[in-house]
Design a protein around this ligand. Structure first.
Ligand code: TYM
Length: 338
Protein backbone atom coordinates (compact mmCIF):
# COMPACT_ATOMS: atom_id res chain seq x y z
CA UNK A 1 0.00 0.00 0.00
CA UNK A 2 1.35 3.41 -0.98
CA UNK A 3 0.98 6.75 0.76
CA UNK A 4 1.25 5.56 4.36
CA UNK A 5 1.78 8.64 6.47
CA UNK A 6 3.95 7.09 9.18
CA UNK A 7 6.83 6.21 6.86
CA UNK A 8 7.18 9.60 5.24
CA UNK A 9 8.27 12.96 6.60
CA UNK A 10 6.07 15.12 4.38
CA UNK A 11 3.76 17.45 6.29
CA UNK A 12 0.18 16.30 6.70
CA UNK A 13 -2.86 17.91 5.09
CA UNK A 14 -6.41 17.25 6.18
CA UNK A 15 -9.52 18.75 4.65
CA UNK A 16 -13.18 17.88 4.34
CA UNK A 17 -16.27 18.84 2.41
CA UNK A 18 -19.88 18.28 3.45
CA UNK A 19 -21.99 16.11 1.15
CA UNK A 20 -24.88 18.49 1.68
CA UNK A 21 -25.80 19.43 -1.86
CA UNK A 22 -24.27 19.92 -5.27
CA UNK A 23 -20.77 21.32 -5.13
CA UNK A 24 -20.29 24.83 -6.55
CA UNK A 25 -17.42 26.55 -8.34
CA UNK A 26 -16.94 28.25 -4.95
CA UNK A 27 -16.11 24.88 -3.38
CA UNK A 28 -13.92 24.07 -6.37
CA UNK A 29 -11.93 27.30 -6.34
CA UNK A 30 -11.78 27.69 -2.55
CA UNK A 31 -10.84 24.11 -1.75
CA UNK A 32 -11.02 21.17 -4.16
CA UNK A 33 -8.78 22.72 -6.79
CA UNK A 34 -6.11 23.40 -4.19
CA UNK A 35 -6.23 19.81 -2.94
CA UNK A 36 -4.95 18.71 -6.34
CA UNK A 37 -2.33 21.47 -6.52
CA UNK A 38 -0.91 20.48 -3.11
CA UNK A 39 -0.98 16.72 -3.75
CA UNK A 40 2.73 16.15 -4.36
CA UNK A 41 4.21 17.98 -1.38
CA UNK A 42 2.06 16.61 1.42
CA UNK A 43 0.60 13.44 2.82
CA UNK A 44 -3.05 14.25 2.46
CA UNK A 45 -6.35 13.02 3.80
CA UNK A 46 -9.54 14.22 2.12
CA UNK A 47 -12.73 13.33 3.84
CA UNK A 48 -16.42 13.27 2.92
CA UNK A 49 -17.75 14.67 6.21
CA UNK A 50 -21.12 12.95 6.28
CA UNK A 51 -21.50 13.29 10.08
CA UNK A 52 -21.27 17.08 9.73
CA UNK A 53 -23.97 17.00 7.06
CA UNK A 54 -26.60 15.56 9.45
CA UNK A 55 -26.44 18.65 11.67
CA UNK A 56 -29.21 19.85 9.35
CA UNK A 57 -32.06 17.52 8.37
CA UNK A 58 -31.16 15.35 5.34
CA UNK A 59 -33.16 13.00 3.20
CA UNK A 60 -31.30 9.66 3.69
CA UNK A 61 -31.49 8.59 0.04
CA UNK A 62 -30.33 11.98 -1.15
CA UNK A 63 -27.53 12.06 1.44
CA UNK A 64 -26.22 8.66 0.29
CA UNK A 65 -26.28 9.92 -3.29
CA UNK A 66 -24.46 13.12 -2.32
CA UNK A 67 -21.78 11.10 -0.49
CA UNK A 68 -21.09 9.06 -3.64
CA UNK A 69 -21.13 12.17 -5.81
CA UNK A 70 -18.65 13.96 -3.60
CA UNK A 71 -16.31 10.97 -3.35
CA UNK A 72 -16.44 10.71 -7.16
CA UNK A 73 -15.62 14.42 -7.41
CA UNK A 74 -12.51 14.00 -5.25
CA UNK A 75 -11.35 11.41 -7.74
CA UNK A 76 -12.60 13.35 -10.78
CA UNK A 77 -10.43 16.41 -9.98
CA UNK A 78 -7.52 14.01 -10.25
CA UNK A 79 -6.71 13.18 -6.63
CA UNK A 80 -4.75 9.95 -6.76
CA UNK A 81 -6.21 7.47 -4.22
CA UNK A 82 -2.76 5.97 -3.72
CA UNK A 83 -1.06 9.27 -2.95
CA UNK A 84 -3.99 10.62 -0.89
CA UNK A 85 -6.28 9.03 1.64
CA UNK A 86 -9.86 9.49 0.41
CA UNK A 87 -12.60 8.31 2.75
CA UNK A 88 -15.90 8.95 4.57
CA UNK A 89 -15.89 10.43 8.06
CA UNK A 90 -18.48 8.01 9.48
CA UNK A 91 -16.34 5.03 8.42
CA UNK A 92 -13.74 6.04 11.01
CA UNK A 93 -15.49 6.12 14.41
CA UNK A 94 -12.43 7.73 16.03
CA UNK A 95 -13.69 11.09 14.68
CA UNK A 96 -16.72 10.85 16.97
CA UNK A 97 -14.63 9.45 19.82
CA UNK A 98 -12.10 12.29 19.77
CA UNK A 99 -14.89 14.84 19.28
CA UNK A 100 -16.40 13.71 22.59
CA UNK A 101 -13.12 14.10 24.43
CA UNK A 102 -12.53 17.53 22.88
CA UNK A 103 -16.07 18.60 23.81
CA UNK A 104 -14.85 18.38 27.37
CA UNK A 105 -12.06 20.86 26.53
CA UNK A 106 -14.23 23.41 24.70
CA UNK A 107 -16.21 26.22 26.31
CA UNK A 108 -19.82 27.05 25.59
CA UNK A 109 -18.85 30.71 25.17
CA UNK A 110 -16.37 29.85 22.40
CA UNK A 111 -18.99 27.90 20.48
CA UNK A 112 -21.60 30.63 20.96
CA UNK A 113 -19.31 33.04 19.10
CA UNK A 114 -19.15 30.94 15.91
CA UNK A 115 -20.71 32.88 13.04
CA UNK A 116 -21.63 29.71 11.09
CA UNK A 117 -23.60 28.48 14.11
CA UNK A 118 -25.40 31.81 14.34
CA UNK A 119 -26.18 31.78 10.58
CA UNK A 120 -27.30 28.17 10.51
CA UNK A 121 -29.45 28.43 13.59
CA UNK A 122 -31.15 31.50 12.08
CA UNK A 123 -31.79 29.48 8.90
CA UNK A 124 -33.02 26.30 10.66
CA UNK A 125 -35.00 27.74 13.58
CA UNK A 126 -37.04 24.57 13.99
CA UNK A 127 -33.92 22.42 14.41
CA UNK A 128 -31.24 24.16 16.47
CA UNK A 129 -29.75 20.89 17.69
CA UNK A 130 -26.72 20.22 19.89
CA UNK A 131 -24.82 18.81 16.89
CA UNK A 132 -25.08 22.14 15.12
CA UNK A 133 -23.66 23.79 18.23
CA UNK A 134 -20.73 21.40 18.68
CA UNK A 135 -20.06 21.16 14.93
CA UNK A 136 -16.68 22.97 15.28
CA UNK A 137 -15.52 20.41 17.87
CA UNK A 138 -16.13 17.55 15.44
CA UNK A 139 -14.24 19.56 12.85
CA UNK A 140 -11.37 20.05 15.32
CA UNK A 141 -11.37 16.29 15.94
CA UNK A 142 -11.22 15.61 12.17
CA UNK A 143 -8.10 17.72 11.92
CA UNK A 144 -6.31 16.87 15.18
CA UNK A 145 -6.84 13.12 14.83
CA UNK A 146 -4.25 13.01 12.03
CA UNK A 147 -1.66 15.40 13.56
CA UNK A 148 -2.41 17.72 10.66
CA UNK A 149 0.01 20.51 9.74
CA UNK A 150 -2.01 22.30 7.05
CA UNK A 151 -5.74 22.64 6.38
CA UNK A 152 -6.73 24.01 2.93
CA UNK A 153 -10.12 25.75 3.23
CA UNK A 154 -12.03 28.77 2.00
CA UNK A 155 -12.25 31.96 4.08
CA UNK A 156 -15.59 30.96 5.68
CA UNK A 157 -13.82 28.20 7.67
CA UNK A 158 -11.17 30.47 9.19
CA UNK A 159 -13.00 30.84 12.51
CA UNK A 160 -13.43 27.05 12.79
CA UNK A 161 -9.70 26.63 12.20
CA UNK A 162 -8.95 29.11 14.95
CA UNK A 163 -11.05 27.21 17.48
CA UNK A 164 -9.37 23.93 16.42
CA UNK A 165 -6.01 25.56 17.13
CA UNK A 166 -7.22 26.90 20.48
CA UNK A 167 -8.48 23.47 21.52
CA UNK A 168 -5.17 21.84 20.53
CA UNK A 169 -3.12 24.42 22.43
CA UNK A 170 -5.35 24.07 25.52
CA UNK A 171 -5.05 20.27 25.43
CA UNK A 172 -1.26 20.45 25.01
CA UNK A 173 -0.94 22.94 27.87
CA UNK A 174 -2.49 20.36 30.17
CA UNK A 175 -1.00 17.11 28.84
CA UNK A 176 2.22 18.04 26.99
CA UNK A 177 2.80 18.00 23.23
CA UNK A 178 0.08 15.55 22.21
CA UNK A 179 -1.59 17.31 19.28
CA UNK A 180 -0.06 19.17 16.33
CA UNK A 181 -1.43 22.72 16.10
CA UNK A 182 -2.63 23.10 12.48
CA UNK A 183 -2.19 26.07 10.13
CA UNK A 184 -4.93 27.16 7.73
CA UNK A 185 -4.16 27.37 3.99
CA UNK A 186 -6.50 29.96 2.55
CA UNK A 187 -5.89 31.02 -1.07
CA UNK A 188 -5.21 34.75 -1.66
CA UNK A 189 -7.58 34.96 -4.60
CA UNK A 190 -10.80 32.94 -4.59
CA UNK A 191 -11.08 32.27 -0.85
CA UNK A 192 -14.61 33.59 -1.00
CA UNK A 193 -16.44 33.23 -4.30
CA UNK A 194 -19.68 35.19 -4.08
CA UNK A 195 -23.29 34.42 -4.90
CA UNK A 196 -24.26 35.32 -8.47
CA UNK A 197 -27.46 36.94 -7.25
CA UNK A 198 -26.28 38.61 -4.08
CA UNK A 199 -22.56 39.38 -4.34
CA UNK A 200 -22.40 40.39 -0.70
CA UNK A 201 -22.89 36.75 0.34
CA UNK A 202 -20.69 33.72 -0.36
CA UNK A 203 -21.73 31.31 -3.09
CA UNK A 204 -23.28 28.34 -1.27
CA UNK A 205 -24.49 24.88 -2.25
CA UNK A 206 -27.45 25.21 0.11
CA UNK A 207 -28.77 28.40 -1.55
CA UNK A 208 -31.22 28.55 -4.49
CA UNK A 209 -30.12 27.15 -7.84
CA UNK A 210 -29.65 30.43 -9.73
CA UNK A 211 -27.18 31.80 -7.15
CA UNK A 212 -24.38 29.34 -7.94
CA UNK A 213 -22.59 27.52 -10.74
CA UNK A 214 -22.65 23.81 -9.91
CA UNK A 215 -19.57 21.72 -10.68
CA UNK A 216 -21.82 19.35 -12.61
CA UNK A 217 -23.90 22.01 -14.41
CA UNK A 218 -24.29 21.69 -18.18
CA UNK A 219 -22.70 24.34 -20.46
CA UNK A 220 -26.16 25.78 -21.19
CA UNK A 221 -26.98 26.13 -17.50
CA UNK A 222 -23.64 27.79 -16.84
CA UNK A 223 -24.13 30.31 -19.67
CA UNK A 224 -27.67 31.07 -18.54
CA UNK A 225 -26.73 31.57 -14.88
CA UNK A 226 -23.69 33.73 -15.71
CA UNK A 227 -25.76 35.90 -18.04
CA UNK A 228 -28.11 36.68 -15.15
CA UNK A 229 -25.35 37.35 -12.60
CA UNK A 230 -25.83 40.60 -10.68
CA UNK A 231 -23.18 43.24 -11.48
CA UNK A 232 -23.68 47.01 -11.14
CA UNK A 233 -24.67 50.02 -13.25
CA UNK A 234 -21.19 51.47 -13.55
CA UNK A 235 -20.29 49.53 -16.75
CA UNK A 236 -16.53 49.51 -16.08
CA UNK A 237 -14.55 46.31 -15.78
CA UNK A 238 -12.41 47.07 -12.78
CA UNK A 239 -11.29 44.89 -9.85
CA UNK A 240 -12.69 46.59 -6.78
CA UNK A 241 -14.17 43.99 -4.39
CA UNK A 242 -15.51 46.63 -2.02
CA UNK A 243 -17.39 48.84 -4.44
CA UNK A 244 -17.89 46.42 -7.34
CA UNK A 245 -18.30 42.99 -5.68
CA UNK A 246 -20.29 41.37 -8.51
CA UNK A 247 -17.86 42.36 -11.27
CA UNK A 248 -14.80 41.58 -9.13
CA UNK A 249 -16.26 38.14 -8.37
CA UNK A 250 -16.57 37.33 -12.09
CA UNK A 251 -13.04 38.62 -12.66
CA UNK A 252 -11.70 36.39 -9.85
CA UNK A 253 -13.42 33.33 -11.30
CA UNK A 254 -12.05 34.12 -14.78
CA UNK A 255 -8.56 34.82 -13.45
CA UNK A 256 -8.27 31.66 -11.38
CA UNK A 257 -9.70 29.34 -13.99
CA UNK A 258 -7.66 30.71 -16.91
CA UNK A 259 -4.46 31.63 -15.05
CA UNK A 260 -4.65 35.21 -16.42
CA UNK A 261 -3.72 37.91 -13.91
CA UNK A 262 -6.33 40.40 -12.70
CA UNK A 263 -4.31 43.29 -14.23
CA UNK A 264 -4.21 41.58 -17.62
CA UNK A 265 -7.96 40.98 -17.46
CA UNK A 266 -8.59 44.64 -16.58
CA UNK A 267 -6.42 45.74 -19.53
CA UNK A 268 -7.94 43.24 -22.00
CA UNK A 269 -11.51 44.16 -21.12
CA UNK A 270 -11.09 47.94 -20.96
CA UNK A 271 -14.01 49.55 -22.79
CA UNK A 272 -15.89 46.25 -23.18
CA UNK A 273 -19.29 45.60 -21.61
CA UNK A 274 -20.22 43.22 -18.79
CA UNK A 275 -21.83 40.89 -21.36
CA UNK A 276 -18.39 39.96 -22.71
CA UNK A 277 -16.99 39.40 -19.20
CA UNK A 278 -19.94 37.19 -18.26
CA UNK A 279 -19.66 35.19 -21.49
CA UNK A 280 -15.93 34.60 -21.00
CA UNK A 281 -16.33 33.74 -17.32
CA UNK A 282 -18.96 31.20 -18.38
CA UNK A 283 -16.66 29.69 -21.01
CA UNK A 284 -13.82 29.50 -18.46
CA UNK A 285 -16.09 27.52 -16.10
CA UNK A 286 -17.28 25.23 -18.89
CA UNK A 287 -13.72 24.53 -20.00
CA UNK A 288 -12.40 23.92 -16.46
CA UNK A 289 -15.32 21.69 -15.50
CA UNK A 290 -15.66 19.60 -18.71
CA UNK A 291 -12.83 17.12 -17.96
CA UNK A 292 -13.93 16.86 -14.31
CA UNK A 293 -17.51 16.14 -15.36
CA UNK A 294 -16.35 13.43 -17.77
CA UNK A 295 -14.25 11.74 -15.07
CA UNK A 296 -17.05 12.13 -12.56
CA UNK A 297 -19.44 10.30 -14.86
CA UNK A 298 -16.93 7.50 -15.25
CA UNK A 299 -16.49 7.09 -11.48
CA UNK A 300 -20.23 7.24 -10.80
CA UNK A 301 -20.71 4.40 -13.26
CA UNK A 302 -18.25 2.25 -11.28
CA UNK A 303 -19.64 2.25 -7.74
CA UNK A 304 -17.78 -0.96 -6.91
CA UNK A 305 -14.42 0.70 -7.55
CA UNK A 306 -15.53 3.87 -5.79
CA UNK A 307 -16.46 1.83 -2.71
CA UNK A 308 -13.16 -0.02 -2.86
CA UNK A 309 -11.26 3.29 -2.80
CA UNK A 310 -13.33 4.53 0.18
CA UNK A 311 -12.89 1.27 2.09
CA UNK A 312 -9.14 1.29 1.55
CA UNK A 313 -9.04 4.99 2.56
CA UNK A 314 -11.01 4.31 5.75
CA UNK A 315 -8.66 1.47 6.73
CA UNK A 316 -5.57 3.61 6.23
CA UNK A 317 -7.13 6.59 8.04
CA UNK A 318 -8.23 4.36 10.95
CA UNK A 319 -4.68 3.15 11.54
CA UNK A 320 -3.37 6.72 11.84
CA UNK A 321 -6.35 7.81 13.95
CA UNK A 322 -5.81 4.91 16.35
CA UNK A 323 -2.32 6.19 17.20
CA UNK A 324 -3.62 9.62 18.23
CA UNK A 325 -6.55 8.11 20.11
CA UNK A 326 -4.25 5.79 22.06
CA UNK A 327 -2.18 8.80 23.19
CA UNK A 328 -5.26 10.84 24.05
CA UNK A 329 -6.87 8.00 26.02
CA UNK A 330 -3.71 7.50 28.03
CA UNK A 331 -3.12 11.20 28.72
CA UNK A 332 -6.70 11.87 29.79
CA UNK A 333 -6.86 8.72 31.94
CA UNK A 334 -9.66 6.83 30.22
CA UNK A 335 -9.88 3.10 31.02
CA UNK A 336 -6.97 1.30 29.31
CA UNK A 337 -7.91 -1.01 26.43
CA UNK A 338 -7.22 -4.68 27.05
P1 TYM B 1 -18.21 23.12 3.15
O1 TYM B 1 -18.67 21.75 2.82
O2 TYM B 1 -19.23 24.18 3.39
O3 TYM B 1 -17.26 23.67 2.00
C1 TYM B 1 -16.16 22.90 1.54
C2 TYM B 1 -14.98 23.81 1.26
O4 TYM B 1 -15.34 24.79 0.28
C3 TYM B 1 -15.02 26.09 0.75
N1 TYM B 1 -16.02 27.01 0.22
C4 TYM B 1 -15.73 28.11 -0.49
N2 TYM B 1 -14.57 28.65 -0.88
C5 TYM B 1 -14.63 29.79 -1.61
N3 TYM B 1 -15.80 30.39 -1.94
C6 TYM B 1 -16.98 29.88 -1.56
N4 TYM B 1 -18.10 30.48 -1.91
C7 TYM B 1 -16.99 28.69 -0.79
N5 TYM B 1 -17.98 27.92 -0.27
C8 TYM B 1 -17.36 26.91 0.36
C9 TYM B 1 -15.10 25.97 2.27
O5 TYM B 1 -14.37 26.98 2.91
C10 TYM B 1 -14.53 24.60 2.50
O6 TYM B 1 -13.12 24.66 2.51
N6 TYM B 1 -16.89 22.68 7.95
C11 TYM B 1 -16.46 22.44 6.58
C12 TYM B 1 -16.18 20.97 6.32
C13 TYM B 1 -15.21 20.36 7.25
C14 TYM B 1 -13.80 20.56 7.25
C15 TYM B 1 -13.30 19.73 8.29
C16 TYM B 1 -12.93 21.35 6.49
C17 TYM B 1 -15.49 19.47 8.24
N7 TYM B 1 -14.36 19.07 8.86
C18 TYM B 1 -11.92 19.69 8.59
C19 TYM B 1 -11.56 21.30 6.80
C20 TYM B 1 -11.09 20.47 7.84
C21 TYM B 1 -17.57 22.89 5.66
O7 TYM B 1 -18.72 22.96 6.01
O8 TYM B 1 -17.18 23.09 4.36
Amino acid sequence: MQGEIKTSKKPVIFSGIQPSGRLTVGNYIGSLRNFKLLEDNYNSLYCVVDMHAITVRQDPTELRRNISELAALYLAVGLDPNKNILYCQSHVPAHAELAWVLNCFTYMGELQRMTQYKDKSAKHVDNINAGLFTYPVLMAADILLYQTDVVPVGADQKQHLEIARDIAVRFNNIYGDVLVVPEPYIPKLGAKILSLKDPLRKMSKSDPEDTFIGMLDSPDMIRKKMKRAVTDSDARIKYDPENKPGVSNLMSILSILTGRGIDAIEADYAGKGYGVLKAEAAEACIEALAPIQAEHKRWMADQAELNRVLKDGAERASRIAARTMAKVRKKVGLAPLF
